[in-house]
Design a protein around this ligand. Structure first.
Ligand code: SF4
Length: 383
């Protein structure tokens, strides 16, 4: 029986996209993936995709699996209408034993909900034509960490079936996006400074941009010589973890493990021991964090995300993200000893960041704690 596709709600979009160099080598690991991306988070689909999938003309076996997999939410809106149901192991009910999607295999890619169709790819055509893959995918991280070279970008002809954005940014905003993005990545890849200092340099730049949209980053930056106050930084990270556990449940297991680590002895000693272990396993850790952040800010269209209307708040969220990433990985790696373990932790952290309001929440919490100045945030992230 022929399959009626849902491509009518998408437009074929072909063009030249800016992509990171690793993008051409990306392919899903399928059954070899340790942490498949369709588990561990609530996958929501909009109303129109739900009804299109349920309206497919397809075989009985596919129909039965569709009925079991796509379930309307009790409290639903047009954009958050249904969720993908998981089996008792927490896996999508469409996932085959070989690690592939049954719906994709049976009916082709065009019938998939958009979130499944492209994830972990993130094609964008609003501010600029760009595409990369998310840090929440372990294959992406493996490609990123293959070498110590900074991430380079290239242009590639790509085609996607995608929804055309309803609102198009003005040309002047597009120009600003491209130049601000380039400057932020250039600063983040300037290895003459420590990584926390590069993040601070981005903060100074974004602060200037909030006052003058044509501002340029300061040239000839030098290290900022911030005081390191491990006890205060860990205290803030623990409090943030506590808030996330009680308010969103995000990364609960990770936050509890690391929080327990700092329960008994003095915080500085535990941190130093954990960091020594961490750096012995990952001597190039600063490069790994740099590449993780560069890939993330490219994927997330930083600093033009939609949870705030000023650049400084995006900087605060960036600091919160870096703080939590360091706090959790250094703490959790006390139990592990391989790069793959590090990759699994980073993928899980970014799965939460990608699918929850993590950035907005961490920004608001840090501001409530009085961390809104570049100087205090600069000190906070020196861990
Ligand atoms: S996380 Fe990446 S490698 Fe794993 S199933 Fe998803 S796309 Fe494939």
């Amino acid at each position: 029986m022929a399959t009626k596709t849902i491509s009518s709600i998408y437009k074929k979009t072909s063009g030249v996209f800016l992509v990171p160099e690793y993008y051409k080598n990306f392919s899903c690991k399928g059954k070899d993936c340790r942490n498949t991306c369709c588990s561990g988070w609530q996958v929501l689909i909009p109303m129109k995709e739900y009804y299109k999938i349920h309206g497919l003309e397809c075989k009985k076996s596919v129909r039965e699996r569709i009925d079991k997999t796509f379930k309307p939410l009790a409290s639903r809106t047009e954009s958050r209408f249904a969720e993908i149901a998981f089996d008792f192991e927490g896996k999508c009910k469409m996932l085959t034993d070989e690690g592939y999607c049954f719906l994709h295999q049976s009916c082709g890619e065009t019938v998939l909900p958009s979130v499944c169709r492209y994830f972990p790819r993130g094609p964008r055509i609003d501010y600029a034509w760009e595409c990369s893959t998310s840090n929440s995918c372990e294959k992406t991280l493996e490609l990123l960490y293959e070498s110590n070279d900074p991430i380079r970008f290239e242009q590639r002809d790509l085609t996607f079936e995608m929804e055309i954005p309803a609102n198009k940014p003005k040309d002047s905003d597009k120009e600003m996006y491209i130049s601000v993005r380039e400057n932020c990545i250039e600063i983040l890849q300037d290895r003459s400074m420590s990584l926390p200092d590069r993040i601070v340099a981005i903060g100074h730049y974004l602060q200037k941009l909030d006052m003058n949209p044509k501002a340029l980053p300061d040239r000839f930056l030098e290290g900022f010589a911030f005081r390191q106050d491990i006890v205060s930084s860990i205290k803030v990270a623990r409090e943030l973890g506590d808030w996330f556990i009680h308010n969103t449940g995000s990364l609960e297991e990770y936050f509890i493990i690391v929080d327990n680590l700092y329960d008994d002895l003095d915080i500085s000693t535990i941190y130093k021991q954990s960091k020594t272990h961490f750096e012995a396993i990952l001597p190039n850790h600063e490069i790994l964090f740099e590449k993780t952040l560069v890939n993330n800010i490219f994927f997330r269209q930083f600093p033009f995300q939609d949870y705030t209307d000023n650049f400084k708040d995006e900087f605060i969220a960036l600091c919160g993200k870096y703080l939590i990433m360091r706090y959790l990985t250094i703490g959790l790696m006390t139990k592990y000893k391989s790069k793959n373990d590090f990759i699994d932790i980073i993928a899980r952290i970014f799965r939460t960041i990608a699918h929850t309001g993590f950035e907005k929440n961490v920004m608001i919490r840090l501001k409530q704690k009085g961390y809104h100045l570049v100087s205090t945030l600069g000190e906070l992230i020196q861990l």
